[in-house]
Design a binder for this molecule. Structure first.
Ligand code: 16G
Ligand code: ZN
Length: 525
């Protein structure tokens, strides 16, 4: 077929380095930008086939998120704005690793397995990219791949990852989710924010001002673009805005979370990551001590707010919080015991949390690292809308706040800009300072480290990564250590993005065994 001939010819312009093996990991492909040209071309091909297969628009985002500027990556977005379905991740890996003369065979195999009819089929792919210097040429390679299979493409250029998810969802729902343009995104979110904060008429200037660390990335650029739409309802002071520093270098959500340190000594502040799908908050207290409000604290604030509104509105909707094994034990305990909300644990990676959150009327999901959002079922959205129309007084007030929250939240994926606006609105409506928010519960002291091993795949886990099943004896050894510490908890899991094993542990205190031995006369072993 002429089509295969063209793909074969074009693929020679994007040659694969012989022997290079990459994997479609937790959030797509990620590695040094110099090794990705062939992967991008092939993901253009894959997205086109997926578009024919689903009869919908598919997104391709070029970014390596919080990783260093020298890296890059790519991930595909499925029709409703969610992550690519796992079966196709396998195809993505096969395609990326096919040697040059096998590429067409692998493609034909896929077409056959998925019964894709290539004759007279329309395909459309949306492409977006972050601010990395390599991103423009790499997204051109994606576009080449789409064209090679006669697909149509729309290049959104510089956008945040969540913005591209939003565009895909808007178009596939024929405008049902919003207008598929950056202006549409800014208007939808800003209007909802302005409406929400009308419920807090006495906001002080202090409450209206927020310091934002843009990780020297796309989030800074887009937030600046959005500011006029907010009409002064939020005054953002941006730093690490990409005008001087390097992407993600000593700034951004991952740096702040991992280093537990702020890029500057400051009051209420938040940090985005390199593609603006993560956010963490923090402040320094009077003694200059740094306080982090991570994804767990964010999930607590949001779920508390929503639960209170449900009660006021008299709406019987099932709300749950989805966390990962990294969630601080204090947050889980607070949510279950004090807030009385259902808490579920999912495997690391947004797609896993998203999936579990879909089981509830309202599913709030956040990873401790700040990636998360809220999902509302269709039925929940309809009930909220109905109550806005049919009720009055306090019930209607609560329903309207719920409705505006739905509009402000980007339900396709975690979105730093949308999350930030929601948090700012909640703090304003509840008249809460960042310190009061922080005091809702106190984190258990915890540590994380990564260990290089020769083969991380020897570690297999179960129970949402909280227990190991292999190698034999490892879980028993962890259990023996953990049971010696009050509120002790620890787990080991192979990373989905790096060739390392991650170790997490927490306990009620951080007093070392040596101190216990010296002062409390406890045995050292
Ligand atoms: C990816 C995930 C992030 C997860 C991290 C874990 C998405 C969009 N991103 O960055 O959510 O926390 O991987 O990395 O899903 P690890 O497996 O190396 O610990
Ligand atoms: Zn990210």
């Amino acid at each position: 077929m002429a089509q295969w001939q063209e793909v074969s010819e074009k693929s020679k312009l994007h040659p694969k380095p012989v022997g290079l093996v990459l994997q479609y990991g937790t959030a797509g492909f990620r590695t040094n930008a110099d090794h990705l040209d062939h992967v991008m071309f092939r993901m253009g091909l894959l997205a086109t086939l997926r578009s024919i297969n689903t009869k919908a628009i598919i997104g391709v985002m070029v970014t390596a998120s919080h990783n260093p500027e020298e890296d890059n990556g790519v991930k595909l977005i499925d029709p409703m704005g969610e992550m690519l379905t796992p079966a196709w991740e396998v195809y993505a890996t096969q395609l990326a690793n096919a040697e040059q003369d096998h590429l067409i065979t692998v493609l034909k195999d896929l077409v056959q397995k998925e019964s894709i009819d290539l004759t007279n089929q329309e395909a459309e792919v949306f492409v977006g990219r972050d601010t990395r210097s390599s991103s423009a040429r790499l997204s051109d390679a994606v576009l080449d791949g789409v064209t090679a299979l006669d697909g149509r493409s729309k290049d959104y250029g510089l956008v945040t990852t969540p913005q591209l998810h939003y565009m895909v969802c808007c178009c596939n729902t024929r405008g049902g989710y919003g207008k598929a343009s950056v202006e549409g995104y800014y208007s939808k979110l800003s209007q909802a924010f302005i409406q929400l904060t009308k419920s807090a008429p006495n906001r002080t200037d202090d409450q209206k001002c927020l310091l934002v660390d843009g990780a020297n990335g796309i989030g800074a650029l887009k937030l600046r673009e959005m500011e006029p739409y907010l009409q002064g309802a939020l005054k953002v002071s941006l730093f690490c805005d990409g005008t001087g520093g390097k992407l993600n270098h000593q700034c951004g959500a991952d740096f702040v979370k991992v280093q537990q340190n702020s890029p500057k000594g400051i009051n209420r502040c938040c940090s985005f990551d390199g593609d603006a799908d993560r956010i963490v908050y923090y402040y320094s207290d009077d003694h200059g001590r740094f306080h982090l409000l991570d994804g767990d604290k964010i999930a607590t604030l949001i779920s508390t707010f929503l639960k209170e509104l449900l009660t006021k509105a008299g709406l019987d909707l099932k709300i749950a919080v989805v966390q990962t094994a990294y969630a601080n034990g204090s947050s889980t305990r607070y949510l279950e015991d004090t807030m009385k909300v259902i808490v579920r644990c999912a495997k690391t990676g947004v797609k896993h949390l998203h999936h579990v959150a879909q089981e509830f009327d309202i599913g709030v999901y956040f990873e401790a690292n700040g990636h998360g959002t809220v999902l509302f079922s269709k039925a929940a959205e309809e009930k909220i809308q109905q109550l806005c129309d049919d009720s009055e007084g306090e019930r209607q007030g609560a329903a309207t706040l719920l409705k505006n929250s739905v509009d402000l939240i980007n339900q396709t994926v975690g979105d730093a800009i949308s999350d930030m606006l929601l948090i700012e609105a909640i703090l304003a409506i509840k008249g809460m300072t960042v310190q009061q928010w922080d005091a809702i519960y106190t984190d258990l002291p915890n540590r994380q480290l990564k260990v290089k091993v020769s083969d991380r795949r020897v570690i297999d886990t179960k129970d949402a990564e909280r227990k190991t099943v292999s190698p034999a004896g490892l879980q028993e050894a962890i259990d023996r250590l953990v049971e010696r510490h009050q509120d002790g908890r620890s787990f080991v899991r192979p990373s989905g993005t790096e060739d390392v094993v991650r170790v997490y542990s927490e306990a009620a205190t951080q007093v070392t065994r040596l101190l216990n031995h010296l002062y409390l006369n406890q045995p050292l072993h």
